[in-house]
Design a protein around this ligand. Structure first.
Ligand code: SF4
Length: 359
């Protein structure tokens, strides 16, 4: 059981982040925000996959003006990602966004920051301070107490604190914090340090993590380690590709740590010299079949009768291959034997039975 840090909750539309609420999964569109149709279509696909908060980039006024139409057509909270120009933030707020990602220290004029904070306060819109290691201001090259130059993680923390203080000085505390780096140990160190200093909820991520294969692993290691330490209230996996993959990976991370249930979990063996059936083909077919099922069932696909059922004792239902035949098992106990050609349909029938029993 993971003991989670006691963070201060903030509400983003209908979703609570922090304060012990379940870890929230979010993603970001990669469409042109000005293209309302494409952006809404992508958000709907993300929503279907379980995305609970979505962020859109707001690089110009046309994108900011697209917010009301996007907001009207979607069912999950919408976050506007704004840099530098306070007018974009004000337009996004007026357009109905549920939260902002904005670093107030990047807006030069104090009065402009005040205008954004006052509009956010009025509508109770949280602001995420998002510091990325790649875009740290150069003037933060301070020193550690030891006299050594500050490390990147400490510079990230100091940069975030600077933004946080600006908001706090304006009596604003609907704050979320992210401290993302490509380097996993740097990211972990930054969040650990920040956890000693503030109680605002944390948005976790490993920035520019890469393409789906490498990026998922990098994200799983970084985000997973932090979550296991109890740090983290919402996560975004950043992948170069379809953002729907980000949501799938995010849930796999949360499921691996028993932090969230989300659809089936599949257990399958790596195969070995004992395997006598096309287990890889079978596992892929079962995985495909499980797509779209929202119940948190555990299904095992194992290569042999000798070790399979015992190794997959946690599975609700499973199959184990053998020579010319295979077995169906439930919770590690063999319930019947079927010819190899009937293994797949027999497993599907067993899954249907299980789903009917748990509905
Ligand atoms: S379950 Fe059987 S076939 Fe699969 S890896 Fe283990 S021993 Fe090998």
């Amino acid at each position: 059981m993971i003991k989670r840090r006691g963070s201060k909750p903030v509400r983003i539309g209908t979703v609570v982040v922090g304060g012990g609420a379940p870890v929230v999964v979010q993603s970001m569109t990669n469409t042109d925000t000005r293209d309302v149709g494409a952006t809404v279509a992508q958000i709907k696909r993300l929503d279907e996959q379980g995305c609970e908060i979505v962020r859109v980039a707001v690089p110009d006024m046309e994108a900011a003006r697209a917010i009301p139409a996007i907001k009207k057509a979607i069912n999950i909270p919408l976050v506007a990602d704004v840099h530098f120009d306070y007018r974009l933030a004000l337009t996004a707020i007026a357009g109905g966004v549920d939260a902002l990602r904005l670093n107030p220290g990047n807006i030069q004029d104090h009065q402009q920051v005040r205008a954004v904070v006052s509009a956010s306060k009025e509508r109770e819109i949280p602001i995420r301070i998002g510091v990325n290691a790649g875009s740290l201001p150069p003037n933060l090259a301070g020193q550690e107490p030891s006299g050594k130059p500050q490390g990147v993680s400490e510079r990230m923390v100091q940069a975030a604190l600077g933004h946080i203080r600006l908001l706090e000085d304006m009596d604003f505390d609907l704050i979320k914090v992210s401290l993302k780096a490509f380097d996993v140990p740097t990211t972990i160190a930054a969040y650990q340090r920040m956890a000693e200093l503030v109680s605002y909820p944390f948005h976790l991520g490993i920035t520019e993590a890469g393409t789906p294969r490498a990026g998922s692993i990098r994200s799983a290691v970084g985000i997973g380690t932090l979550l296991h330490m109890g740090l983290g209230d919402t996560i975004r996996v950043s992948l170069t590709g379809d953002p729907v993959e980000e949501v799938i990976t995010a849930y796999e991370i949360l499921k691996a740590l028993n932090l969230r249930e989300h659809g089936p979990v599949m257990i399958s063996c790596p195969t070995c010299g004992r395997t006598e059936i096309d287990l890889v083909g079978l596992a892929l077919a079962v995985e495909k079949r499980l797509e779209g099922i929202d119940k948190p069932i555990k299904v095992a696909v194992m290569g042999c009768v000798v070790n399979g059922p015992g190794e997959a004792r946690e599975a609700d239902v499973g199959i184990a291959g053998g020579k010319g035949r295979g077995v169906i098992f439930r919770k590690g106990e063999i319930v019947r034997t079927v010819p190899e050609s009937e293994l797949y349909p027999a497993l599907l029938a067993e899954i249907d039975k299980l789903l009917a029993e748990t509905s």
